[in-house]
Structures are given as C-alpha cells and as structure tokens.
Ligand binder design. Structure first.
Ligand SMILES: C[S@@+](CC[C@H](N)C(=O)[O-])C[C@H]1O[C@@H](n2cnc3c(N)ncnc32)[C@H](O)[C@@H]1O
Length: 315
C-alpha cells in the first residue's frame, strides 16, 4: 500500500497494479479525486450543507449531548461531514482520518479556510492509530462501502470510543437503491454523451479527452465501491462487533432516482453550461422530493431507499 504523499494523478502502471491491490486502488482513486471532489459533489461549508449534514446525523442519532467533546471521522475525504457538523454545533474537538493523503490535505485546507484547528492523519479505518477509549464520537459518511472488512472497522470504531461513546455512519448505499441509481446514471451518461454528438448540440459536449478521463475514473470506481448494504444485515454486523443500541434509518427514494441522473448529467456536460440557476433548481428539486420520500416511508419498505445510516454505542 502506498501512502507516501498526495498524488495528483495515477500512472498507467499504478492503475494496473491497483486491480490487484484494493487499498492501493482506494488511495489512487481518492487522491485523484481530492482536488476536484468538492466541486464534483457540490460540497460547500454553508447553510445548505450544514443543514444536510446535521439532518443526516439527527435522523439516526438524535440531538442529545451536543457538542460531543472529542470526535474522530474515518474516511473523512475533504472534511464534508466533520466540518459541516462542527459548523452545526454537533461536535467540538475534531480529528479526521482518511486512507488517501490527498484527501487529508484537502480536509486540512478546508478547515484552515474556515478557521478551525483540526487534527488530520492518514489512517486505515481497519487499523486506527489511536489508543482505546479515546473519543466521544466516531463518524463517517459514504465510507464503509469502500472498506474490505466492515465488521473489523466497526470493532476499531468501538475500540477507540470511550465506554458509552457513539458512532454515527451516514450516507451508505443500500443494495436496491444502488442497483437503481447505477442503472439510471448509466442511461443518463449514454443519452447525454450521444445526444451532444448532434452538430446543433455540440457546444454542450465536453472535450473527448475529458469524457475519456471520466470513463477511466468510472472503471476504477467499480473497483473501489466494494459493498452495498441491507439495513438489517448491517445492524447484525455492528452488534457482532460489540455495539449496543444499534439502529438504522434509510433515506432518499424519489430524491435518489432524480438526484443521480442530475449528477451524471452535470458530469457529462461542460461546467460553464450550468450556472447558479441550474444548481438551485437541482437542490430545490432534491429538497422537495426528500420531503415526499419521508411521507412515502410510511408505506414503502426501508430497504428500497437509497441511503442507509447506522448508529450504536460502545459498551
Ligand atoms: C466517497 S468518499 C467520502 C468522503 C467523505 N466522507 C464525504 O462524504 O465527502 C470515501 C472516502 O473513504 C476513504 N477510504 C477508502 N477506504 C478507506 C479505508 N480503508 N480507511 C479509511 N478511509 C478510506 C477514501 O479515501 C475516500 O476519501
């Protein structure tokens, strides 16, 4: 596994080696993504993302005991979850970790910009470099589906938590939700990249070299996305690792069916074609559909929703 320093791009040899070494694939892919990640996922550190992060957290773990004294994030990426939860007043002393050095650097830069002092370390969630009983809270967002041994990662989270400390992992793909989202995304990519071949729409086409790079990234993405989850199976896994009071919630049904094609469309056309108006339209559509999804959750089975969040407590 290579974790020496941030890498702007992977060489052909490294990509070849990554097919046989999943942790290397994770580092290459996420180092590669680090500098454009916030833009790709429309991540910001303002009311929009503060609300999003706080709502994901409270939906599964409530709002008691804020701020948590000392928190650790696994697979923190550019700091989206920790920094927005800190802005929301959910946590106080923040530590972030990630397997990708490029991501840890990006998270520290974002924290600096916000004026926050956070600790950042390159670390594998399967082997956390912290003593037992260190943290009041361990968090993660969109991370455990990248970890080969998820039960081992739960054991590590519980080990570094103080007794009674809580873990909160949000934004993981469910088996059915991921199946639908991937098919809708592939269809959107195919339709957009073919329709924009028409001469009248060629100004909506991204240069072929950029489309090729996106296709190569998508190939590596298939290597780094290791799991989808059934909520009940995830609960049993966390309990086997030793957690108590485990619960899950699922979110996004229509919001995911519309959100994934929108994100794919955004990736397939030139950035300059999509202004502030488009972004607000996309965000407001997502908000409205999320409200409908909450109502539908009275009748639609949990496992059909796209995102699963899980929380539990260290004994
Ligand atoms: C989809 S990104 C999510 C980043 C961030 N949590 C967010 O929501 O924006 C997944 C992150 O997990 C990291 N990752 C993958 N495998 C990991 C592991 N075994 N231990 C720690 N981090 C890992 C990747 O480097 C990447 O930054």
């Amino acid at each position: 596994m290579t974790t020496a320093g941030p890498k702007p791009a992977a060489s052909a040899e490294e990509v070849e080696a990554a097919w046989n070494d999943n942790k290397l694939a994770q580092v290459l892919y996420h180092d590669w993504e680090a500098s454009t990640y916030d833009e790709k996922w429309s991540i910001s550190y303002d009311e929009r993302c503060v609300d999003y992060a706080r709502d994901r957290f409270t939906d599964v773990a409530g709002s008691e005991g804020w701020p948590y004294g000392k928190s650790l994030e696994i697979g923190a990426g550019t700091g989206f979850f920790t920094l927005n939860l800190k802005l929301a007043g959910v946590l106080a002393e923040a530590h972030v970790t990630d397997l990708s050095p490029g991501m840890v650097e990006a998270a520290k830069r974002n924290a600096d910009t916000l004026g926050f002092a956070i600790e950042g370390k390159v670390a594998d969630a399967e082997k956390l470099p912290y003593d037992d009983d260190t943290f009041d809270l361990v968090i993660g967002h969109a991370v455990i589906h990248h970890i080969p041994d998820v039960e081992l990662a739960f054991r590590e989270m519980l080990r570094v938590l103080k007794p009674g400390g809580r873990f909160v992992i949000c934004g993981e793909p469910t088996r059915y939700g991921d199946y639908v989202a991937r098919r809708l995304s592939r269809l959107t990519w195919w339709a957009t990249t073919n329709v924009t071949k028409l001469p009248a729409l060629s100004h909506w086409r991204r240069p072929q070299s950029e489309l090729d790079e996106s296709s190569r990234a998508a190939a590596l993405e298939a290597v780094v996305d290791l799991h989808t989850f059934d909520p009940d199976t995830l609960v049993r896994m966390a309990e086997r690792a030793g957690a108590t009071g485990v619960r899950t919630v699922t979110e996004e049904l229509l919001a995911a069916w519309v959100g994934w094609p929108i994100r794919t469309f955004e990736a397939a056309v030139p950035e300059s074609k999509l202004g502030f108006g488009w972004r607000m339209f996309a965000y407001k559509s997502w908000l409205q559909l999320s409200k409908i999804d909450k109502v539908l959750s009275q009748v639609v089975p949990d496992e059909l929703y796209y995102n699963v969040s899980i929380t539990g407590v260290a004994p």
